[in-house]
Design a protein around this ligand. Sequence first.
Ligand SMILES: [Zn+2]
Length: 71
Amino acid sequence: MKKECEFCKISNRKLNTNDYFEKLVLWKNYVSQGIFKFIKGDTSLKNLEEEIYNENKYVYYHYFECKCGKK
Ligand SMILES: [Zn+2]
């Protein structure tokens, strides 16, 4: 197993919704910087903030691949 780098170690933490929203903003920044690659998720990143705001679901899964190779 590869060692986590400074960017992806945060994604292993268990997140509550508020936490997740905060991290998502961070991850989206990473994606736009090319550090993370968005693989798949329950919703598109674009719709996610709206969905969480509406509280349609409690749990969301999104998968990112980090530039270090960790998913
Ligand atoms: Zn990484």
